[in-house]
Ligand binder design. Structure first.
Ligand SMILES: Nc1ncnc2c1ncn2[C@@H]1O[C@H](COP(=O)(O)OP(=O)(O)OP(=O)(O)O)[C@@H](O)[C@H]1O
Ligand SMILES: [Mg+2]
Length: 232
């Protein structure tokens, strides 16, 4: 643990009701994450990585056990409280970018700030700072269709970082990128982690991502099979 605990998962289980009956995607997870960690959740397809990230991100709730994120118990939040936690303190990067196609790069990155109480000047500065970090200042007026895959993913990272969240959850963030772009965005995330003490949690299969992790948690069949500190 690098620092104080900001996420505590205790006896976490997640069951899904499927046409074939009850399916247990997470089957008793106990882990803690400290501030400023750079950690990956790895494991075979279907092992529960996305399910775990979704619960940490308050996009889903535990069936049994607890997930305490930044002092809040995810299963006990109402819809409004969960939305407030997400928009004020968490950042998300999804495999498919989830950029809004009709909006410009500037507007896409500005989007998470619209729900916060900021004036136009403050918002503009935060967006431009974030775009500068990701090397996108010359693309502010472009729309996603005019960008490469790597640039779209950098916009998605700029959007996830714009409000300086305490935790960024990144689900397969390099899945659509070539090696050069993957390394570029990973180096950027390492810098953001150092500069802002942002905790990064990845779900990934990608050896390139794994090469940058400082901690690797392996899931198999919804359980933690290994939890290792790596030498990166
Ligand atoms: N909403 C759902 N309803 C029913 N089953 C689900 C649901 N979401 C996930 N599952 C099942 O839970 C298991 C874990 O899914 P999850 O998406 O967490 O896996 P993953 O480790 O992220 O896999 P991948 O590497 O393919 O992304 C899978 O068997 C999946 O089919
Ligand atoms: Mg997944």
């Amino acid at each position: 643990m690098e620092n104080s605990v900001i996420i505590s998962i205790q006896g976490l289980k997640k069951h899904f009701i499927t046409p074939g009956g009850r399916f247990t995607a997470l089957n008793g997870i106990d882990i803690e994450f400290g501030k400023a960690e750079f950690t990956g959740v790895v494991g075979p397809s279907g092992s529960g990585k996305t399910t775990l990230l979704n619960i940490i991100g308050s996009l889903d709730s535990p069936s049994e056990g607890k997930a305490i994120v930044l002092g809040q118990s995810i299963g006990e939040l109402n819809v409004k409280q969960a939305a407030l936690l997400r928009r004020s303190r968490l950042g998300f990067i999804f495999q498919s970018y989830n950029l809004l196609p009709v909006y410009t790069v500037f507007e896409n990155v500005e989007f998470p700030l619209l729900l916060l109480k900021l004036n136009d000047g403050q918002r503009k500065k935060m967006v431009m700072d974030s775009l500068e970090w990701l090397g996108l200042t010359d693309k502010v007026k472009s729309k996603p269709a005019q960008l490469s895959g790597g640039e779209c993913q950098r916009v998605a990272i700029a959007r996830s970082m714009v409000k300086k969240p305490e935790i960024v959850l990144a689900d397969e963030p390099t899945a659509n990128l070539d090696a050069a772009n993957s390394h570029h965005i990973l180096k950027t995330m390492v810098q953001l982690n150092k500069e802002f003490k942002t905790t990064f949690i990845f779900a990934t299969h990608d050896d390139k991502v794994i090469g940058y992790l400082r901690r690797k948690i392996s899931l198999i069949d919804g359980k933690v099979a290994k939890d290792e500190i790596t030498n990166n």
